[in-house]
Structure formats: structure tokens, C-alpha cells
Design a binder for this molecule. Structure first.
Ligand code: PEP
Length: 257
């Protein structure tokens, strides 16, 4: 059975006092009994250590939003997977569409990042998804297949077992227009089939696939109830404490798949 995950991606937000306020809010308001859902918060690097000290509970995990494709050394401004590991940060978002778009990250670089993270036992949440133009041209399946095969298919069965994939259609990120449950389910099933064809049925059945793109408390339940959707990667709504907690609460009655 796959576990459900609700993850918040704060991106490059907010400033320090606001970050502290939000962390306190989450620490105090995420229900202790949270229905078999793993909660993950991915603030900017600079707040990770503070978050770790502040959370007086072990049921909220922390993740980074990026990791270097280099191991260590003279790479000014970079943060390595081994640094994350040494800080006990167990998750990292890799290949978010904003990193692909603004920082030119391609599958070759992303494959390196993923391998370094796996070497350090930091779990990569690998993001894939098509742009609006690509969907309008009906290329979404080709694009996602290329993103997955290009960055993941060199991994061994043992390594792929540790990966989480997030399907985040670029046209749904930050736009207020989410993929419909049907569109998201269709792509999640496609991804699961890709993994089954390359690896095997068990690996594919156990793969956690999150949906991301304008998830809110009003659409979370319907999206997360779909058979191949195992929770969400939440951007904008994760910056609003109350909304994020409401999203967690919508998972209450969703059975694990
Ligand atoms: C994201 O950036 O990962 C994301 C899903 O953003 P939003 O929820 O704001 O669409």
C-alpha cells in the first residue's frame, strides 16, 4: 500500500518574520492525528535549520527545494545532497518546472542531482509536467515520458523504489486552474505504466505519485481520491497556514491505495 503525502513548496517566500509565524502556525495547528498522511514542508534552505529546531514533533518532515549536481567543493552558492543529509533533511524537490524554465535544468543535470541525493539517502521528489502549448499540441505524454526516461531510467530497481514523482502541469502551477481529476489521473496512470514497462509491476504499484498545480482545500479531496494520485505538492496554498491545514484535513477519508 502506498502512503499519502501532502507537501508544501514555499518557493522563494516569505521573509524571515513571516516564515517564523507560518512555522509556528503549522507546528501548533497541523492535527496530531493526521490520517496516515505524511506531511512535508519545503521552505527555502535558509529556514530549514530554524524549522527543525522549532518543530517539537517528529511527524512533520522537512525537505529542500533543490540540491546541487556537484558533490562538494568550489561551487559558490550551491547546497549539496550530503549537506542536506548531514542536517537530517530527508526530502528534496528536484526538477521543478521553475528550475527547468529559469535555471536551464535539463534531464542530464537532473539525473546527476537525483543520483547524488539517492547516494545520501535524501528522497528526491522529481517533478514533471508539460506546458500549455505542449498540451494544446497533444504532446503531454511524449514530454512527460522524455522527462522521466531522461532523468530516471538509468536508475536501478532499488534506486527507483526510493523516488517520488510529482506530476505538475506547468499550466496549472500558480494559475488557479488545476488539472481536472480526470486529466491528472490519466497522466498519473501513464507514469505508473511507464515505470511498470521499464521496471516491474511491484515497483510501479508502490511508486508514490503526487499531483501539483493550484491545489486548494476545495479541490484537494477530489484530486487525491483518484486511484493513482497519492497526495499533492502544494505551492501558493502552502503559504497560507489555515488553507494548508484544511488541505491536510481533506485527506481524512481517503483510503490508502
Ligand atoms: C508548485 O509550485 O509546486 C505548485 C504546485 O504551485 P501552486 O500550488 O501554487 O500551483
Amino acid at each position: 500500500m502506498r502512503k499519502k503525502i501532502v507537501a508544501g513548496n514555499w518557493k522563494m517566500n516569505p521573509n524571515y518574520p513571516e516564515a517564523l509565524e507560518l512555522l509556528h502556525y503549522l507546528n501548533n495547528n497541523i492535527p496530531r492525528e493526521h490520517y496516515n498522511v505524511d506531511i512535508l514542508i519545503c521552505p527555502p534552505f535558509i529556514y530549514l535549520s530554524e524549522a527543525q529546531k522549532l518543530f517539537n514533533r517528529t511527524d512533520i518532515y522537512l525537505g529542500a527545494q533543490n540540491a546541487s549536481s556537484y558533490t562538494n567543493g568550489a561551487y559558490t552558492g550551491e547546497i549539496s545532497a550530503s549537506m542536506l543529509k548531514s542536517m537530517r533533511i530527508n526530502y528534496v524537490i528536484i526538477g521543478h518546472s521553475e528550475r527547468r524554465q529559469y535555471f536551464g535544468e535539463n534531464e542530464e543535470v537532473l539525473a546527476k542531482k537525483i543520483k547524488l541525493c539517492l547516494q545520501e539517502n535524501v528522497i528526491p521528489i522529481y517533478c514533471v509536467g508539460e506546458t500549455l502549448e505542449q498540451r494544446n499540441a497533444n504532446e503531454q505524454f511524449d514530454i512527460v515520458e522524455k522527462q522521466i526516461s531522461g532523468a530516471l531510467f538509468d536508475l536501478s530497481a532499488e534506486q527507483i523504489n526510493k523516488i517520488i514523482i510529482a506530476y505538475e502541469p506547468v499550466w496549472a502551477i500558480g494559475t488557479g486552474v488545476n488539472a481536472s481529476p480526470h486529466q491528472a489521473q490519466e497522466m498519473h496512470m501513464f507514469i505508473r505504466n511507464l515505470i511498470m514497462n521499464k521496471y516491474d509491476d511491484t515497483i510501479s504499484r508502490e511508486l508514490i505519485i503526487l499531483y501539483g498545480g493550484s491545489v486548494k482545500k476545495d479541490n484537494a479531496n477530489e484530486l487525491f481520491s483518484m486511484p493513482d494520485i497519492d497526495g499533492g505538492l502544494i505551492g501558493g496554498a502552502s503559504l497560507k497556514g489555515e488553507e494548508f491545514v484544511s488541505i491536510i484535513n481533506t485527506t481524512k477519508n481517503i483510503v490508502n491505495k
